[in-house]
Structures are given as structure tokens and as C-alpha cells.
Design a binder for this molecule. Structure first.
Ligand code: 15L
Length: 269
């Protein structure tokens, strides 16, 4: 049982799932975001914080023995936005963890877009090279590297979870490979906080999909057994839409449409 679990980005889709479904693993939950958290619930502390604000991040992290870092920019965006939320924000979070009176164990919401330019014909594991498919993917590679350095140098343990597509159900054919159910995600978080020694693993965040491209054998010691399989949605998807043509970016690269996005230019937005 954790004493104080911090959920950053607790107002986002997945952050809200964590807020609702992780109360059993912690005595107190500290939920944080820039805005929109509503009233504090039982055994909860509500903190408003911008990840670019170093002092505010230090106050947010202080005293927490677990962190689920869902905060930051969660899709492609202009560079200043990515840099502030996912580079400066990550650095502030890890510096705060290093200085905190309690060393937290951290779950970093990385993304499949750190490896998105690998072809769908490839099978990847934790040792595969990163191939980011945009600035957002690059920022996730940075986050993984930062976590690795803070582990080697300061002993801070992080699970970097390359989340596939964590939605109630898959909404396109690519997600038959990338989908992770909310149940499997919550179980993964439970295992990460339960295992006696975590280290700094890379984990592919996907359910037990028959069409998976990812191999989590390197993280077998976590004892995570995903139970769901996107395949049960295949007939429904086939009825709703045609699969993408074989030369479409959504059928060629693991990152799908993110691979076709140009550089987001703030001036043009
Ligand atoms: C992500 O990293 C995004 O945060 C999410 O919104 C989805 O686009 C997901 O990847 C995906 O690849 O399906």
C-alpha cells in the first residue's frame, strides 16, 4: 500500500481512469492538473500545477511515494508546447523526485509514438531502437532517457509504459494491434507498484492482442498478465469501416497517422 500516490494529468481521459480506479493501492491520493479537477474526494488532495513551474512541481511531488505521470502534452503539437510540457515538465518532475524527502517510484506514460516509424511487419521488444514518428514521439524518447539517467545516477525507479491505444474499445483497424483495455492498464499499474524491485523497464502498454507487434518478455518479472484481446472487436470494426489500404500509413507504420503529420508550426496554427 502506498502512502501518497500522485496522479498528474488527473483531468485527462486516462488520468481520470487512474483517479477513479487506483484508490485501493494508496492511503491518500494527490490529484494534479492545470485545471478542471472539481471537488476533492475522500482521502484526496487536489493540486493545481503547471509542469513548467519548477517550484510548483517540487511542492506537488514532495511527500509522494508513488507517481503516475499522465500529465503533459498527449498528442502532436508545435515545438514550444511539446518542449514546455514534455521536456521542461519531465525535467522538473525528476528534479523534484530527486530532492523530495521520500523517493517516489514513478510510472511514466510514454507512448507507442516513440517507436512509431517501425513497420507493422516488425516485432519489437524493450531492446528495439526507438523510431519516433513526430515531435511528440521525440519528447517521449527524451522522457525515457531522462528516467533511465535518474535511475542509474540517483536510484529513482521508473516504469516507462509505451502506451498503445488505451480507450474503452478499439476504434480503427490499427488498434487491433495497439489497444490496451482500461482493466489491463489498471492491473499493470498495480503490478508496477507491487513488485519488490522495479528497476527502469520499458513496457509496451497493450492488451493480449492476437495481432500484437510487441513482446513484453523483458518485463515478465512484473507478473503482469493482460487479460483482454482486441480481436473480439474485429467483426464490429469490419462492419463499421473498411480496413486501410495496404499502402496507407495506417497499415504500414506502427504509429499510423502520426507518421504522416508534418511538423506543427505554431505560426501556422
Ligand atoms: C498516443 O500517444 C495518444 O496520446 C493517444 O491519444 C492515441 O493517439 C495513441 O497514442 C494511439 O497511438 O492510438
Amino acid at each position: 500500500m502506498l502512502k501518497k500516490l500522485l496522479i498528474t494529468g488527473a483531468n485527462g481521459n486516462l488520468g481520470a481512469v487512474c483517479r477513479d480506479r487506483l484508490t485501493h493501492i494508496t492511503e491518500t491520493m494527490r490529484v494534479a492538473a492545470r485545471k478542471g479537477l472539481g471537488e476533492a474526494r475522500a482521502n484526496e488532495e487536489v493540486v493545481y500545477c503547471s509542469l513548467e513551474d519548477k517550484a510548483a512541481v517540487e511542492a506537488m511531488v514532495e511527500g509522494c511515494d508513488g507517481i503516475v505521470h499522465m500529465g503533459g502534452q498527449a498528442t502532436e503539437a508545435p515545438w514550444p508546447t511539446i518542449r514546455a510540457a514534455n521536456l521542461d515538465g519531465m525535467y522538473n518532475l525528476y528534479e523534484a523526485a530527486r530532492k523530495s524527502s521520500v523517493t517516489p517510484r514513478i510510472i511514466f506514460a510514454s507512448s507507442n509514438h516513440a517507436i512509431g516509424f517501425h513497420k507493422q511487419s516488425e516485432r519489437l521488444d524493450a531492446n528495439s531502437l526507438t523510431r519516433p514518428d513526430g515531435l511528440y514521439g521525440v519528447s517521449k524518447v527524451f522522457g525515457e532517457a531522462l528516467a533511465s539517467m535518474y535511475h542509474d545516477k540517483f536510484g529513482i525507479e521508473t516504469a516507462a509504459v509505451r502506451i498503445g491505444s488505451c480507450f474503452p474499445e478499439p476504434v480503427n483497424h490499427r488498434m487491433l494491434s495497439t489497444w490496451m483495455s482500461h482493466d489491463d492498464f489498471i492491473h499493470l499499474i498495480e503490478r508496477i507498484f507491487m513488485v519488490p524491485r522495479l528497476g527502469c523497464p520499458i513496457i509496451y502498454g497493450a492488451s493480449a492482442n492476437s495481432a500484437s507487434w510487441w513482446d513484453n518478455r523483458e518485463a515478465a518479472y512484473l507478473g503482469w498478465r493482460p487479460m483482454d484481446n482486441a480481436e473480439v472487436f474485429r467483426d464490429k470494426l469490419d462492419a463499421e469501416m473498411d480496413p486501410p489500404p495496404a499502402d496507407d500509413v495506417n497499415a504500414v507504420f506502427q504509429g499510423g497517422a502520426f507518421c504522416a503529420d508534418g511538423i506543427h508550426d505554431e505560426a501556422a496554427d
